[in-house]
Design a protein around this ligand. Structure first.
Ligand code: FES
Length: 317
């Protein structure tokens, strides 16, 4: 595990924007002068710096074979943290954005076959996976759920790609996807990849402890279960600073007030940008970067979402 060291790139041009589903805008980015971009593999994401300075990470959802173009799709969330609203409400075509990456923390690992489970905009990393598995001639099945048909992003591409290997589940017609049945029907040796809102991923993890998951921001897709959080102290060893993390704020929020250059990106625990070494205390890991089996021995934590199980947490900052 390492910090996100993706290189800072020259700005990329927003070459095209198009609606691909209700409230979902697809952006295609190229070098301003054209030419090949760094290669990427399914599961990778990039980080865009928006005109306001907000930085947001999005999965690449195009075809890695299209070397000149990076494609992302962004779901508009009216009450989100502002990134998707800015992308939807700003005329970005023709503008240049700073782009970092690609980084892949959700790679396809070898398996006999694959069950891909997507909720809403969670289809974005799984679409290139389905393409890749098709190209490799490996067995796969994909289930995509959304509130209604108009929100099933890339449905036509998926059906064209996979035919009856693709199950589209508009919730207003068919209810929620039967994840238990899908997972039970997956043959032995098949890997389960899931991407979507937190409640869906929690359901997948409870049915299948070894699923590979990527979580989308609660503000982007679903609702976050809010428990009663405790406040705790954070000591920044290298800076010699000490502060309190209140119940309703993240470690990252509080640390940024003291150290404005601390790296971060997704703020949802999936990109790894804010990974920070822990020198003392007991982190309460809530990210999806560190494998649950490694949490007990992890020496780092994602300070954007993880908290502390001890009264004091010391960070190497
Ligand atoms: S900012 Fe992405 S994991 Fe913390």
């Amino acid at each position: 595990m390492s910090s996100d060291t993706s290189p800072s790139m020259a700005p990329l041009l927003v070459r095209q924007a198009r609606w691909i589903a209700h409230d979902v805008l697809e952006l295609r980015l190229t070098r301003p002068e054209g030419g090949a971009l760094p290669p990427w593999e399914p599961g990778a994401h990039i980080e865009l710096t928006l005109p306001s300075g907000l930085r947001r990470a999005y999965s690449l959802c195009g075809n890695p074979a299209d070397a000149d173009v990076w494609t992302v799709a962004v779901h508009r969330v009216p009450d989100g943290r502002g990134g998707s609203r800015e992308i939807h409400d700003t005329a970005l075509v023709g503008r240049e954005l700073e782009v970092r990456g690609p980084v892949n923390r959700f790679p396809l690992l070898p398996a006999k076959g694959y069950l891909l489970l997507a909720g809403g905009i969670g289809i974005t990393p799984l679409l290139p996976m389905a393409r890749e598995l098709t190209a490799q001639g490996l067995p796969w099945r994909l289930v995509l759920g959304a509130r209604d048909r108009s929100r099933l992003a890339y449905a036509d591409d998926l059906v064209e790609l996979g035919g009856d290997r693709v199950l589209l589940v508009p919730q207003d017609e068919s209810g929620l996807p039967d994840l238990a049945a899908e997972i039970a029907a997956a043959p032995p040796g098949h890997a389960v990849y899931a991407c979507g809102p937190t409640p869906m991923l929690d359901a997948v993890m409870s049915l299948c402890r070894t699923a590979y998951t990527e979580r989308f921001a609660p503000g982007d897709e679903g609702t976050q279960a809010m428990g009663a959080e405790a406040e705790f102290e954070v000591v920044l060893c290298r800076s010699g600073l000490r502060t309190t993390v209140p119940a309703d704020r993240s470690v990252l929020d509080v640390v940024r007030e003291l150290l404005p250059t601390v790296p971060y990106s997704c703020e949802e625990g999936y990109c790894g940008s804010c990974e920070t070494p822990v020198t003392a205390g007991v982190p309460d890991h809530r990210d999806t970067v560190i494998d649950p089996s490694e949490r007990a021995t992890a020496t780092t934590m994602m300070i954007c979402v993880s908290r502390s199980a001890s009264a004091v947490l010391e960070l190497d900052l």
